[in-house]
Design a protein around this ligand. Structure first.
Ligand SMILES: [Fe+2]
Ligand SMILES: [Fe+2]
Length: 202
């Protein structure tokens, strides 16, 4: 994808997001680029990571009613609660807007960026992690995870095998954090998150 086309997509995303959400989006793009570089992603993978990061929250600013309408429109049958519904609608909406730019890898990374899922790819994990560790996130758990990720990224010297292990490790740590957060507050747990946990705990 050439730079001009990426910029066009960026402007479209900007028009659909609040200023704060767009700042987060750009920060996720930067963090995904960093992860891709440190984890020895190929050029093609890096391009997918940048695009998925740019689009991951494309429907985040839509209302619960709009999310529900999109579930209907796209025939999405998966169970999803309001805080995570945007990952599913986002993937379909991005594909509707940008067609062939959204291949199955990018679609997948958008559609599991909040909950995770079984069988996550390196790209899925990179976006999942970047969403949590990007620098505008100030929560203590995000700061901790960012420091951990960056230290470990320096340590592995872009060795692909170690990188895959690191992506799994950090994804698992984030899910552990999420499960702790949800169970403490007696909140529902998305089944994809349980499946992601079981996949990583194998
Ligand atoms: Fe999101
Ligand atoms: Fe996000």
């Amino acid at each position: 994808m050439n730079a001009a086309h990426f910029e066009e997509i960026k402007e479209r995303v900007r028009s659909l997001q609040s200023e704060k959400r767009f700042r987060h989006t750009l920060s996720v793009v930067r963090e995904a680029e960093y992860i891709a570089k440190m984890c020895a992603f190929s050029e093609a993978e890096t391009e997918k990571a940048r695009l998925a990061a740019l689009l991951h929250d494309i429907t985040k600013c839509f209302s619960d009613t709009e999310q529900a309408e999109m579930f209907e429109k796209y025939g999405i049958t998966e169970q999803s609660e309001p805080p995570t519904a945007h990952e599913k609608t986002g993937a379909y909406f991005a594909r509707e807007l940008f067609g062939d730019d959204i291949d199955s890898d990018v679609f997948s990374a958008i559609s599991c960026h909040t909950t995770g899922k079984a069988g996550m790819s390196a790209l899925d994990m990179a976006i999942f992690i970047a969403d949590f560790t990007e620098e505008t996130r100030e929560h203590a758990s995000c700061r901790y995870m960012r420091a951990y990720l960056h230290t470990e990224c320096e340590r592995i010297c872009a060795e692909r095998k170690k990188a895959e292990e690191l992506l799994r490790d950090v994804t698992q740590r984030i899910i552990e954090n999420t499960l702790g957060f949800l169970t403490l507050r007696k909140r529902k747990i998305d089944l994809h998150t349980v499946e992601a946990w079981n996949f990583l705990a194998e």
